[in-house]
Design a binder for this molecule. Structure first.
Ligand code: FAD
Length: 478
C-alpha cells in the first residue's frame, strides 16, 4: 500500500466536522489523501444525542431541523435515511404562548416577527386592543436604512420599533428565546434574522415582505409561530444522522482518533503540526486543517499562530441551557397537548423558557398511553439557572408543568441534560466579527473554521459551514 501523499485533519466530530470530512474524503482518492477526525469524547455527533429507554425516545439536544434549507435533507437522502424522515404531526403544527393563566395560540399567519394575516391579529387574545392596533400599524412604520455597511441592531430594538412593545413582550421575545436562548437586547438582527431585516429594507415593512413571500409560495401556510410545519426529524432520533455519516466516512477510509487538540503550529515546509492528547504520529502533521470545535476552543488552538484571530474567536459569547425531560401517563396530564409546545414570555415572571410537547410533535417518542415533554431552562437571560442542582431543576420543572399543563403525580421518566456554554450568542456586531475572522483565516492557507459559532446555529447551517470550510481548505492549500 502506498503512503498517503497528503493529509487533512478535522478537529471535532460534531456535525460540522463530519460534514467537512465528507467533502474532503470525496475529493481525493483514498490512497492519495488521508482524512483524520480527532474527537475527545469517543463518540460522534457533538451535542446531538438520542437516548432510547423502555419505549421512550429522548433527544438530548436538537429534536428536529428545518427542511426548507437543502443541506440537511440532501445529506439524509444521500445516506439513504430518507425513509426515516418524519414531519411534525398536523395537530401539533402550532405554538402556544403562556398568557393570563393559559396557553394561547400564536396568531394565525404570524411568523416569528412577521404579521402575515390581519384576521389573526384582530382576534388574538395575546394582545390588548392597543397592542393589536399597534401591530397592524407596522406597515406604516418608516423603514430604517443602515448608515454604514456594518450597521447592526438588536432584535429587541428592531421588533419594538416595528411592532410595538406589547407584541415584542408577548410574542417575539418568547418565540425568539425558544430558538436562540439569547438576550434579545443583544441578539444581532443581521446575524440571526437577516431575512426580516431585508423585508424592511427592500419592501418597507414586515407586513409587506411577508405577504410577498406568501404570494411567492402560492398561499398562506397553515403553520404559525416558529414554522413548525417545516420541521422534520428522523424516526429513530437525531443521533442517527451523525452516526450514519461517520459509518459512511469510515467505509471510505476516514480515520477516527479519540484525542484532543490543544494547539496548531506551522512547520518549516508550510504544513500544519497539531499538538494534544491521544494523537498518533499519523495524525499530528497535516496539509489542511478544519477546526470544528466551539469558538472558545478554536481560540486556544490558534493562539500561537494568530493572536488577533484568537481574540475575535474568544469574543464570541456562549450561554448554557438545561433540558428536563419528563414522561407521564397520558391521563396524568390535563392539557390536550395539541401543539408543538408552549413558550413562556419573560414578562410572565416564570423561571422556564419553554415546554416542548415531544410526543405530540413526533410519533414513537413515548410508550403507548404516555406523553413526553421537554422543559427548557437557562439561556442568556437566566445564566444562574445552570447553578441549580439536578434535583432543584427537576422540582422546578415538575412544579411548572403542574401549573401550566395540569401534569400531576409521579413522572414515569425524568432526565436532565445540562448544556454548559453550548449555545453561541450572536450579539450585535457578530457579522462584522465573523468577517474579521474570515479575513484572518485567509492569511493561513489550508486552514478553515466550521461550526455553530459563525453563520447559523441550526443543523442545516452547521452542515453548510462544514462543507464550506472543506471547500476553502481545498482551494487555499499549498
Ligand atoms: C440544547 C440544544 C438544542 C438544540 N436544538 C436544535 C434544534 O432543535 N434544531 C436545530 O437545527 N439545531 C438545534 N441546536 C443547534 C445544533 O444542534 C448545533 O448548533 C449543532 O449540532 C452544533 O454542531 P457543531 O458541529 O458546530 O458543534 P458540536 O456539536 O458542539 O461539536 C463540536 C465537537 O468538537 C469537539 N471538541 C471540543 N474540543 C475539542 C478539541 N480540543 N479537540 C478535538 N475536538 C474537540 C467536541 O467534543 C464536539 O464533539 C440545538 C443545540 C443545543 C445545544
Amino acid at each position: 500500500m502506498t503512503a498517503p501523499r497528503s493529509h487533512s485533519l478535522i478537529i471535532g466530530a460534531g456535525l460540522a466536522g463530519l460534514a467537512a470530512a465528507d467533502v474532503l474524503a470525496g475529493q481525493v482518492g483514498a490512497s492519495e489523501h488521508q482524512v483524520t477526525v480527532v474527537e475527545p469524547s469517543g463518540r460522534v455527533g457533538g451535542v446531538l444525542g438520542t437516548v432510547h429507554h423502555d419505549g421512550w425516545l429522548v433527544e438530548r439536544s436538537a429534536d428536529c431541523f428545518l427542511a426548507a434549507r437543502a443541506e440537511a435533507v440532501a445529506l439524509v437522502e444521500r445516506l439513504a435515511l430518507h425513509a426515516e424522515l418524519i414531519g411534525v404531526e398536523p395537530r401539533a403544527r402550532r405554538a402556544l404562548v403562556w398568557h393570563a393563566g393559559r396557553g394561547v395560540p400564536v396568531p394565525a399567519g404570524f411568523r416569528l416577527m412577521a404579521p402575515g394575516r390581519a384576521d389573526g391579529i384582530l382576534t388574538t387574545a395575546l394582545l390588548s386592543p392597543w397592542g393589536r392596533a399597534r401591530l397592524l400599524f407596522e406597515r406604516f412604520v418608516p423603514r430604517r436604512l443602515p448608515s454604514t455597511s456594518d450597521d447592526d441592531e438588536s432584535l429587541e430594538s428592531f421588533a419594538v420599533r416595528r411592532l410595538g412593545r406589547e407584541a415584542f413582550d408577548q410574542l417575539v421575545q418568547p418565540l425568539a428565546s425558544g430558538i436562540w436562548t439569547a438576550d434579545p437586547a443583544r441578539l444581532s438582527m443581521a446575524a440571526a434574522c437577516g431575512d426580516f431585516l431585508a423585508m424592511e429594507r427592500e419592501v418597507g415593512s414586515l407586513w409587506g415582505g411577508e405577504r410577498a413571500r406568501l404570494r411567492r409560495q402560492g398561499g398562506v401556510p397553515e403553520a404559525t409561530g416558529a414554522r413548525y410545519g417545516q420541521f422534520v426529524t428522523l424516526a429513530s432520533g437525531m443521533e442517527t444522522l451523525p452516526r450514519r455519516l461517520a459509518d459512511n466516512l469510515r467505509s471510505r477510509g476516514v480515520r477516527f482518533v479519540t484525542g484532543s487538540i490543544s494547539t496548531l503550529e506551522r512547520t518549516d515546509d508550510a504544513r500544519w503540526r497539531a499538538e494534544g492528547a491521544g494523537l498518533d504520529a499519523a495524525t499530528t502533521t497535516a496539509d489542511t486543517v478544519v477546526i470544528a470545535t466551539p469558538a472558545h476552543v478554536a481560540a486556544r488552538i490558534v493562539g500561537h499562530i494568530d493572536s488577533s484571530l484568537a481574540a475575535d474567536l474568544s469574543g464570541i459569547d456562549y450561554a448554557g441551557s438545561c433540558i428536563v425531560s419528563l414522561g407521564f401517563a397520558r391521563d396524568r396530564v390535563a392539557h390536550p397537548l395539541d401543539a408543538a409546545g408552549m413558550v413562556i414570555p419573560r414578562v410572565a415572571g416564570r423561571r422556564i423558557l419553554a415546554v416542548s410537547f415531544s410526543s405530540s410533535k413526533f410519533p414513537g417518542r413515548a410508550p403507548p398511553g404516555c406523553v413526553l415533554m421537554r422543559v427548557f431552562l437557562g439561556g442568556a437571560l437566566d445564566r444562574e439557572a445552570m447553578d441549580l442542582s439536578d434535583d432543584a431543576m427537576i422540582d422546578l420543572a415538575l412544579s411548572e408543568v403542574g401549573q401550566l399543563l395540569g401534569a400531576q403525580g409521579e413522572p414515569k421518566l425524568v432526565r436532565v441534560e445540562r448544556w454548559n456554554h453550548a449555545m453561541p450568542q450572536y450579539h450585535v456586531g457578530h457579522v462584522a466579527r465573523v468577517a474579521r475572522i474570515e479575513e484572518a483565516v485567509a492569511r493561513h492557507p489550508g486552514l478553515a473554521l466550521a461550526g455553530a459559532a459563525y453563520t447559523g446555529v441550526g443543523i442545516p447551517q452547521v452542515i453548510s459551514s462544514g462543507q464550506a470550510a472543506a471547500a476553502h481548505c481545498l482551494k487555499t492549500r499549498r
